[in-house]
Design a protein around this ligand. Structure first.
Ligand code: HEC
Length: 106
């Protein structure tokens, strides 16, 4: 039993890779805040909110801009300057915001 738990532990740790660094994500996010807001809630009407969005989705969006699978006159340029590590850290940072939602009443 002990060795099974140990195996599971190792599997979990290795599946996680080196985990994202929130502090680095926060530092990088200062260059995003003009459009996406300091707290990930956009003030610019053309920019989407990033706060509370899934890390996988955010990461994929940035990689897509980088590879040209998704194009935008601003994001395609911005994404070019990011390393994959930057992307992971930024995605983790915005995904870590907790949102509360309230359904509209009719
Ligand atoms: C000059 C304004 C601007 C800046 C600065 C900016 N963005 Fe954006 N971002 C946008 C706009 C506009 C879109 C929507 C583009 C589109 O329609 O595809 C967008 C889209 C995105 C998306 C896709 C979101 C979704 O819901 O699909 C991500 C992720 C993102 N930006 C991350 C970042 C990060 C991280 C930074 C900082 C490194 C950053 N952006 C800086 C304007 C900006």
């Amino acid at each position: 039993m002990k060795s099974l738990l140990l195996c599971l532990g190792i599997l979990l740790v290795s599946a996680h890779g080196h985990s994202a660094d929130l502090a680095k994500g926060q530092a990088l996010s200062s260059q995003c805040s003009v459009c996406h807001g300091k707290n990930g809630i956009a003030k610019d009407p053309e920019s989407p909110n990033l706060a509370g969005q899934g890390a996988y989705y955010l990461e994929k969006a940035m990689v897509d801009y980088q590879k040209g699978m998704r194009q935008d006159r601003r994001m395609s340029i911005i994404a070019q300057a990011l390393s994959l590590e930057d992307i992971k850290n930024l995605a983790a940072w915005y995904a870590a915001f907790e949102l509360t939602v309230k359904e509209p009443s009719l």
